[in-house]
Design a protein around this ligand. Structure first.
Ligand SMILES: Cc1ncc(COP(=O)(O)O)c(C=O)c1O
Length: 350
């Protein structure tokens, strides 16, 4: 497959595309996919070129945050095929969000068709196997219309853009890549609010915590539960994992995003490796008793948490070989370097 020598930067400038040295940045690819919901039906516009959207100024997405997004990776497999990872789970999570923000669901077949079409249209931008990079796919959903009242929109835009990306946390995964995190005093979501859906407003609410953490030299903020500030929630845009003796533990909470990667890792641990697993509340104070910590998500993949710094206390964790085992299995399944016993790979191009 021919790979492009150039990508387009905003402003019409071009620069060379170096798959092995990408950060997690927006690089404008030539095509995006769009569908519009009007008068009660979804109409597919298909693949379009314009990366600038023209929206009514009264749109609910702009004023009241009636917006959802998703994130997934498409990767070239060791067999040269192009795969998405569990895209139906992203469709379902987006539709859980649509129910909550009172918009129409995106039909699952429309969602999947969009992923396929936008990937195929931008195929030269899918990084090659072994580059460590992936095509990040960003489906999103906006309530639009001529409106000023606080109420859900009647019309919606569903769009998907793609961009090739490298590691989310600089350096990615490895025994020499420990990351440090800072316990935040801020909450990203309310106890019975929108933390469990991928609504844009949750992320605006997290910027202050991220800014403070990074300003103090940490990779990201660690959130505590918004009701009591006692239990671990998640880390930036990644869910938390801990090893306690033989058991892999991860937090249970209504206000964290149910990570598809976390669910996959828990299933790999439980069903393939036969490790004991627990999904339950984890008090911050229980960090004293954990042997290792990590965080995971589509963008982050799996990251070794080397240190967590709280208000009056900090915790240091060694690299644990079990993180390597989980990472290798997850990425192996995603990239067809290993068998796919769960049927998680979704072939886009054979
Ligand atoms: C707040 C938050 N937590 C966790 C995750 C990880 O979820 P997933 O594994 O589905 O990417 C994400 C990213 O989607 C996120 O935004």
């Amino acid at each position: 497959m021919d790979k492009p020598r150039f990508y387009f930067l905003n402003g019409g400038k071009t620069a060379e595309l170096d798959f092995a040295n990408l950060g997690f940045d927006y690089l404008r690819c030539p095509y995006r996919f769009e569908a519009v919901f009007e008068h009660g039906i979804w109409r597919t516009r298909g693949v379009v070129e314009d990366n600038v959207m023209h929206l009514p100024e009264g749109s609910q997405a702009l004023h009241y945050g009636q917006e959802l997004f998703e994130g997934m990776k498409v990767q070239t497999g060791s067999d040269g095929k192009v795969y998405a990872f569990r895209p139906l789970e992203n469709a379902r999570r987006m539709n859980d969000g649509a129910r909550y923000i009172q918009g129409p669901p995106v039909p699952e077949d429309l969602f999947i068709r969009g992923i396929e079409e936008v990937t195929l249209a931008n195929l030269p931008y899918v990084p090659p196997y072994g580059s460590g990079a992936a095509l990040y796919v960003r489906p999103f959903y906006l309530g639009v219309g001529d409106n000023v009242g606080v109420k859900p929109a009647k019309s919606y835009v569903f769009r998907i853009f793609v961009t090739p990306v490298g590691p989310y946390f600089k350096g990615g995964f490895g025994p020499d890549q420990g990351k440090r995190f800072r316990v935040s005093e801020h909450d990203r979501a309310a106890p019975q609010g929108t933390g469990h859906i991928k609504a844009g407003g949750n992320y605006a609410a997290s910027f202050i915590a991220g800014h403070e953490a990074k300003g103090h030299g940490y990779a990201e903020a660690l959130y505590l539960d918004p009701a009591e500030h006692t239990y671990i929630e998640e880390i930036g845009a990644a869910n938390f994992l801990g090893l306690k003796g033989k058991t892999l533990v991860t937090p249970e909470s209504h206000s964290i995003l149910p990570s598809i990667v976390r669910r996959s890792i828990m299933e790999i641990a439980e069903k393939l490796f036969k490790w004991p697993t627990e999904t339950r509340k984890i008090p911050l104070a229980e960090l004293d008793a954990l042997d290792a910590a990590a965080c995971c998500g589509t963008a982050a993949v799996l990251v070794w948490v080397q240190e967590i710094v709280g208000k009056d206390k900090s915790w240091v964790f060694p690299f644990d070989e079990r993180w390597q085992k989980l990472y290798d299995e997850l990425v192996g399944i995603q990239t067809a370097a290993r068998p796919d016993p769960f049927g998680w790979r979704y072939e886009i191009q054979g």
